[in-house]
Design a binder for this molecule. Structure first.
Ligand SMILES: Nc1ncnc2c1ncn2[C@@H]1O[C@H](COP(=O)(O)OP(=O)(O)OP(=O)(O)O)[C@@H](O)[C@H]1O
Ligand SMILES: [Mg+2]
Length: 353
């Protein structure tokens, strides 16, 4: 049975069911019911907890707008506000994901604290009702839970990607040449196989468009060989530490991207967001099975939906991005919240907003 008013593909557990699939209508009805329950649960005293912020607007200050963050110069410090914008394939979509920015900031804060004895980092504090930067009190609603006050740094123009598993562009390169970023790998690995040991596979940090993979020597040409080795080693150390922790919470961190910067005093510090669903691939450990794509707690769900549009020639991965259907927004939000809860062990509804 197919009901005529259901026309959008249904995303469930990382799979996309087209409207013509045999199980589509029943899955859709069950899921709509569950989503409704979930939303009801999230409503406190009649007010929806979910809040949306597409861009900040702070009178008197002009931000630099990244794909996801609005960055304000506060003099000695910077204010990094994670909005609910979602970028996929380097295109910012017109549809925000409620609470996404809060989730990203809270997860980053968790990792900064987790790593605080391992590396110096840029986070000074996350804006809360009790602590708002002087002069910005009027704008607290846009900042609480989602803005980080950070030490300012000169950003190293290399993105420090670490991979523990074979996925995404790494898998595509491996299939062609049995390498990733020029690093030779053993034969016979499958899609999503665990690598013999984690590898550092840096990329350029493009002002616009896509980051391109580079070798460690090419990273050295940009930031100096000694610095390239140093951030490579540090990134590998952080990845291993985080991966071991997350494994204990049932999450595989397949890969991630770190950014590093140098302060005015010349100190190398960890900056930007850390080990979030935007900068990493998170897979549920209990469902892990190499040989195919994995279900995930990250952006892969919305990427799969968008790939479906590309296959149907409804989008070509260039701006403007497509509007996301409500179902996809809700499922994406759920995955971000799930990532937060899995990693931190805390209920999301109790923090942030
Ligand atoms: N402590 C810091 N000092 C200066 N710049 C920083 C600091 N931390 C992060 N940044 C920069 O702030 C920007 C954050 O914006 P955003 O996350 O939207 O990034 P983006 O690079 O545009 O997109 P994407 O994350 O998808 O690559 C990045 O360019 C990052 O390098
Ligand atoms: Mg970024």
């Amino acid at each position: 049975m197919r009901l005529p008013f259901f026309t959008e593909p249904l995303g469930l557990e990382g799979r996309v069911f087209p409207p013509e699939a045999a199980s589509y209508t029943i899955l859709r009805l069950v899921r709509s019911f569950l989503v409704k329950c979930d939303l009801e649960f999230l409503r406190g005293n009649g007010e929806p907890m979910a809040q949306v912020l597409t861009q900040t607007d702070i009178a008197g200050l002009t931000p630099r707008r990244g794909k996801v963050r609005d960055i304000y110069d506060l003099g000695e410090q910077i204010l990094l506000v994670a909005t609910d914008r979602l970028s996929a394939f380097d295109v910012v979509l017109p549809t925000p994901i409620p609470d996404k920015g809060v989730v990203l900031t809270q997860i980053s804060q968790f990792w900064f604290e987790h790593f605080s004895s391992t590396v110096p980092h840029h986070l000074l504090y996350v804006v809360s009702r009790e602590r708002v930067p002087a002069g910005l009190e009027k704008f607290a609603d846009q900042l609480v839970g989602r803005a980080m006050v950070c030490r300012k740094a000169k950003v190293l123009p290399v993105e420090c990607v670490v991979r523990g598993y074979l996925a995404g562009s790494g898998w595509a390169e491996y299939k062609k040449s049995q390498t990733i970023c020029g690093i030779q790998l053993p034969e016979g690995l499958k899609q999503c196989s665990r690598l013999p040991k984690p590898i550092f596979t840096p990329t350029t940090k493009a002002e616009q468009g896509h980051d391109e993979p580079i070798t460690i020597d090419q990273a050295g040409e940009r930031i100096g060989q000694e610095m390239a080795n140093r951030v490579g080693d540090l990134s590998l150390r952080l990845y291993s530490k985080a991966a071991e922790y997350a494994r204990g919470r049932g999450v595989i961190i397949a890969d991630t991207k770190f950014e590093w910067g140098v302060t005015a005093e010349g100190e190398l510090i960890l900056i930007d967001e850390v080990l979030t669903p935007d900068s990493s691939r998170f897979w549920p450990a209990d469902a892990y099975e190499p040989g195919h794509d994995q279900p995930s707690f990250d952006k892969q769900f919305v990427r799969n939906y968008l790939e479906g549009l590309v296959e149907k020639k409804q989008w070509d991965k260039t701006p403007p991005g497509p509007v996301l259907p409500g179902e996809i927004v809700e499922q994406t939000r759920k995955r971000y919240v799930e990532a937060y809860e899995k990693i931190t062990g805390q209920a999301f509804a109790k923090v942030g907003a």
